[in-house]
Design a protein around this ligand. Sequence first.
Ligand SMILES: *Cc1c(COP(=O)(O)O)cnc(C)c1O
Length: 367
Amino acid sequence: MAMMDSSPLSTPAFWSPRAAALAPYVPGEQPRIAGLVKLNTNENPYPPSPRAIEAIGQAAAGGLERYPDPESTLLREAVARRHGLAPQQVFAGNGSDEVLAHAFYAFFSQDEALLCPDVTYGFYRVYAQLHGIAVEPQPLDAALRIDVDALAARAARGCGGIVIANPNAPTGIGLPLARIERLLVACQRRVVLVDEAYVDFGGESVLPLVERHPNLLVVQTLSKSRSLAGLRVGFACGQAPLIEALTRVKNSFNSYPLDRLAVAGAVAALEDEAWFRQTRDAVVDTREGLALQLEDLGFEVLPSQANFVFARHPGRDAAALAAALRERAVLVRHFAQPRIAQYLRISVGTREQCMALVAALEEILGA
Ligand SMILES: *Cc1c(COP(=O)(O)O)cnc(C)c1O
């Protein structure tokens, strides 16, 4: 065989059967194009708290030659303070994606089906496959809402656990706390994982239920409402035995998932309540205006409690719309998936970015 045939490094012959069988998550693109209106990955359009940036600078100025605290104690204490929990009820990870991956390993077994909505965050199926967990998707109702009654009835017959995002992704639709409590009761023998990545933008958190429900694990992130997607910080809250299981998995994988800069920046961001409220309120305000403008253009917009809207145009193909927007340097997310292939997921940007999106859509639609 000629050596130039293919690079040995890219030869699947060296892949383990497990690696070859994976179906990895495909994140939204992060192109480096100047002037791009980037509304495709639900990042916050505003910068993080200046206090977080200052704290990161201070952390960088001294101490990087030492490993960080393996338990991220300062961060766990800051989360615990803010949410009225004990530090033993908080686990921290390198982005909530990592926290979710550890939680799937720690709580869901290989012999009972994990229940999750058929339309939800794509990474859940990926983690399940990575860890060999069978998933039984539960259909959203006709309005693309989580069907709590059906899900609770299915869970009561026995299951390996439940995972939901609340508000759900990519629909943006949230469930009230009492509905989720119904799931916790129906699935008492297994963990119910509630991913609250977007809860700060108008959802109702189930953190107050942690004290009452030993099977509840709540996962949150600093990527969206704290504008720190680039720092990679997420956390989970639950009763101490759940947190202990996550710590066991973490310490079987990477003892130091959070570096010194991440902990310093995250603590400062969590303590800057004024910055948090101001930027969060701006996103929520802009979302409401954007939804109205999209409706004026003929879109149907699902009621969003997140920092994005999920919308479809009855007269236009969603993939074609996304492509036409891209030609005009506006990026939105399209999922070529059953049930949602005619929707666009549009992150809420600054007012200026949303105006640019609407102007591009007016041009495309000939409005
Ligand atoms: C963005 C997102 C995450 C991942 O957040 P990171 O903390 O950045 O890893 C998790 N779950 C959902 C539903 C998300 O949309």
